[in-house]
Write a protein of this length. Structure first.
Lengths: 110, 354
């Protein structure tokens, strides 16, 4: 509940403040957001599995974001930044889908 | 520590992150506890899960430590051995007694589903509680929402600004190349258009010239009917008969006076026409002429009429033969008789050397 409230608060804050993303972070923010979404879905699934753990959630959330951004950063340095972005997005998308499927099984028994 | 379930290092996996039977090889290879002792592992896992389930609301501070160690030790049971394994009756019993979440973890087809369903668990999660874990999750979610909105607005605001330098350079290159191609195409099309325009002009001029030539030649050779100002000459034979030489004289006089198209008793007279026959039996181009002889001549009437009347001229010769002639000027004389000309057999036009 508080997590949902926090999400809403974050969205409202973003709408009110209208932040401008620094130029250096512009390539990495979408990756970080997707990675965080992946962590969020993973946490929800773990909660439905009954094995939710705040510590794991925190570390996975942060490490997902940081590692995804690092991978893309490394790709940029190697000259394959856009391809690396695609690769990370694909992997994270697959994980989000699988997590969503598990959540769906929990909620709808199907 | 390298997580065996996540060899790519893409992120930390939650304990229930993997699909059932997703990567049995990786789990089996990297599992810290060998698969030869599945029962022990299963028991410890069940205990850990129960701890987590209890810790959700009851033990806010101590349980995370306990449960945090759980995923490290028993991230996943060997998936292939989970459902069909009949060798773990104590675990199954324990699952039946307590609503352990591991039942839900095995999959939807498990008969030992816990009483607390997914919705109830979700509702339980929705209950407002203030634990450090909840606050932390709220903070992370707020961060996520903030970043999400920022990114969405960024994407909406600037599309080129978010691109990398390489992408921008590539975009610029493509645009430049495309512009060059379009300019080249524009030049080609313009040149083609100019060619077509001038070509049609030349063609039109040639066509006009050919038409004028054809009209002139047609009138001269008698292939085309003609009309215009001229004179009508009527020759009668009240007291004698006109000789063919006299008729030829009249024709020469008309030509000298500038006659352009002539017709005599319905017969076209051209450059190749010839008067033959004898006195009283004049033949023009093979057909006999009957008196009176009616000429229709197109030319300048004020030149032709005096030319015929000059002393020693054509009409004087006619009168000498015993004939009579009248000349009538007219603003409109029609020469409608045509003459078929055979195509030249031996003569061919000289090639234009211009």
């Amino acid at each position: 509940m508080i997590a949902v409230i926090g999400l809403v608060l974050g969205v409202v804050a973003g709408l009110v403040i209208e932040p401008t993303v620094p130029a250096n972070l512009q390539a990495y923010l979408p990756i970080a957001v997707v990675a965080a979404l992946d962590a969020l879905f993973g946490g929800l699934r773990a909660y439905l599995d009954g094995i939710f753990d705040e510590r794991v959630f925190l570390t996975s959330f942060l490490s997902n974001v940081v590692v995804a951004a690092l991978i893309v950063f490394l790709g940029d340095q190697l000259g394959v930044g856009s391809q690396m972005t695609t690769a990370v997005i694909v992997v994270l998308g697959i994980r989000i889908f699988s997590n969503a499927a598990s959540i769906r099984r929990h909620l709808f028994k199907a | 520590m390298i997580d065996p379930r996540d060899p790519l290092g893409l992120g930390d996996l939650h304990p229930g992150d993997e699909e059932e039977g997703d990567r049995p090889a990786a789990v089996a290879n990297g599992d810290p506890s060998p698969a030869s002792a599945p029962e022990d592992q299963r028991a410890s896992e069940a205990v850990a899960n129960q701890d987590v389930a209890n810790a959700d609301g009851d033990l806010p501070t101590e349980a995370p430590l306990t449960a945090g160690a759980g995923p490290e030790v028993d991230p996943q049971e060997p998936p292939g051995a989970e459902v069909p394994d009949p060798a773990a009756p104590p675990v199954a019993d324990e699952r039946q007694e307590t609503p352990s979440p591991s039942g839900a973890q095995t999959g939807a087809g498990d008969a030992a589903r816990p009483q607390r369903s997914g919705w109830a668990r979700l509702g339980h999660a929705m209950r407002p509680r203030t634990t450090p874990g909840q606050l932390m999750a709220a903070g992370l979610c707020a961060l996520l929402g903030f970043a999400l909105v920022a990114q969405v607005q960024q994407t909406t605001d600037t599309q080129l600004g978010a691109l990398r330098q390489n992408d921008l350079v590539r975009l610029l290159d493509e645009t430049t190349t495309r512009t060059g191609e379009l300019e080249q195409e524009s030049l080609d099309l313009q040149r083609e258009r100019d060619e077509l325009l001038s070509g049609s002009d030349r063609q039109q001029a040639a066509l006009d010239a050919a038409r004028r030539t054809a009209a002139m030649q047609g009138i001269l050779t008698g292939r085309l009917p003609a009309t215009g100002p001229g004179v009508r000459i009527t020759l009668t034979e009240p007291e004698g008969e006109i000789r063919p030489a006299t008729m030829l004289h009249v024709l020469e006089e008309l030509r000298n006076a500038g006659a352009e198209a002539m017709e005599l008793n319905g017969q076209r007279i051209t450059a190749s026409s010839a008067f033959t026959g004898t006195r009283g039996d004049v033949v023009l181009d093979g057909s006999r002429l009957e008196s009176p002889f009616r000429w229709s001549v197109i030319g300048d009437p004020d030149t032709i009429a005096p030319a015929l009347e000059i002393p020693g001229g054509a009409l004087v010769r006619v009168r000498a033969d015993g004939g009579r002639g009248t000349v009538e000027k007219s603003d409109r004389v029609d020469v409608t008789a045509l003459r078929e000309l055979p195509d030249p057999v031996h003569a061919t036009p000289v090639e234009d050397e211009g």
